[in-house]
Design a protein around this ligand. Structure first.
Ligand code: HEM
Length: 330
């Protein structure tokens, strides 16, 4: 055996325990940092039927609530990652995100999450995080309205704190122009296309007068008859009828379809930010046209992008905790 070969063999023998430790810890980092679709396969498989049933029951009393729940997942993920922080109430060391401007008097569905969480806790105590429950709820809400389905990646843990100022900073307001929307999503590692396709969630649910008032009074890229009809119940004066609701998708508010994009083509987006997606930018306009004419493509791309959104900075491994009550840390 050559001298060099012998030296290498000796070295490998000497260092092999260290190499094994290195490989093991590297794979642990990879496993810990990754979400997986079978995370609760052995510890809580019934989380799926429990969430499905919870959505079914909640929507019997309130058809809108599944839209509100879908939005909660988005507002959770955009504030320091998908960590259930939006669910925390004010507490001794917690300044709740619920009263941040984008959520105040607007975010809803928290009781439904509480109900589902209580049932999951009964079935598998201390196992399933609130952040994961929100991600499953978002998928089942879309399915409830007839939209696409996808495999939810799981294994997130819950934050110990909330961050109201980050909620104000990172959740996009409806006043943003296209470039603002794009950079807001890019801050979260999401692309231009992710932004356009995820905005398609506005195929369900409602907005308050205070959110669409600037668009119906100040903007010119709106169908005049549509603007007039909205002005009838949402007066121009700030503070008057602020909470009057209008559907984000006029025709099919409880149906997850591509009608949102068809409305944009005829300048019937409800929010300033909605109509920005079809306002003369070649890239955005062509995506809107594609989704308006091809619902199947919209469904496929939406599923892909919402999984990507659900991957934003999850807490895994020993970080965070599995909250027992989504409203407060353990
Ligand atoms: C692109 C940037 C976005 C902006 C500027 C935006 C803004 C808004 C605003 C202002 C409202 C109405 C709130 C109110 O008046 O109470 C709303 C509602 C809603 N948003 Fe968004 N949103 C965006 C993206 C998204 C995304 C990515 C999702 C989900 C994936 C989403 C889901 C919803 C849903 C479902 C509603 C209706 C909620 C309900 O009826 O309770 N939005 N959004």
């Amino acid at each position: 055996m050559a001298y060099a070969e012998l030296k290498l063999k000796l070295k490998l023998k000497l260092y092999s325990p260290y190499l094994i430790v290195l490989v093991l810890s590297l794979s642990l980092v990879i496993i810990q940092g990754r979400l997986s679709t079978n995370f609760y396969a052995s510890t809580c498989p019934c989380v799926f039927p429990i969430v499905k049933e919870g959505i079914k029951e909640a929507t019997m009393n309130d058809s809108r609530v599944a839209a509100s729940l879908l939005r909660l997942h988005f507002h959770d993920c955009f504030v320091n990652g998908c960590d259930g922080s939006i669910l925390l109430d004010d507490g001794p060391n917690i300044t709740s995100e619920k009263t941040a401007v984008p959520n105040n008097q607007s975010a809803r569905g928290f009781e439904v999450v509480d109900n589902i969480k209580a049932r999951v806790e009964k079935a598998c105590p201390g196992v399933v995080s609130c952040a994961d429950i929100l991600a499953i709820i978002a998928r089942d809400s879309v399915v409830h309205y007839g939209g696409p389905t996808w495999e939810v990646r799981l294994g997130r843990r819950d934050s110990l704190t909330a961050n109201r100022s980050a909620a104000n900073q990172f959740i996009p307001p409806p006043s943003l122009n296209l470039s603002g929307l794009v950079s807001n999503f890019q801050n979260q590692g999401l692309s231009f296309k992710d932004m356009v396709v995820l905005s398609g969630a506005h195929t369900v649910g409602f907005a308050r007068c205070v959110s669409y008032r600037p668009h119906i009074y100040n903007d010119s890229n709106i169908d005049p008859t549509f603007a007039q009809s909205l002005q009838a119940t949402c007066p121009g004066q700030t503070g008057v009828n602020d909470t009057i609701l209008q559907p984000l998708d006029l025709q099919t508010r409880f149906c997850f379809d591509n009608n949102y994009y068809q409305n944009l083509l005829v300048k019937k987006g409800l929010l300033h930010s909605d109509q920005q997606l079809y306002n003369g930018n070649t890239t955005s306009d062509s995506l809107v046209k594609k989704y308006a004419t091809n619902q199947c493509q919209f469904f496929k791309d939406f599923a892909k992008s919402i999984v990507k959104m659900g991957n934003i900075k999850p807490l895994t491994g020993n970080n965070g905790e599995i909250r027992l009550n989504c409203r407060k840390p353990n």
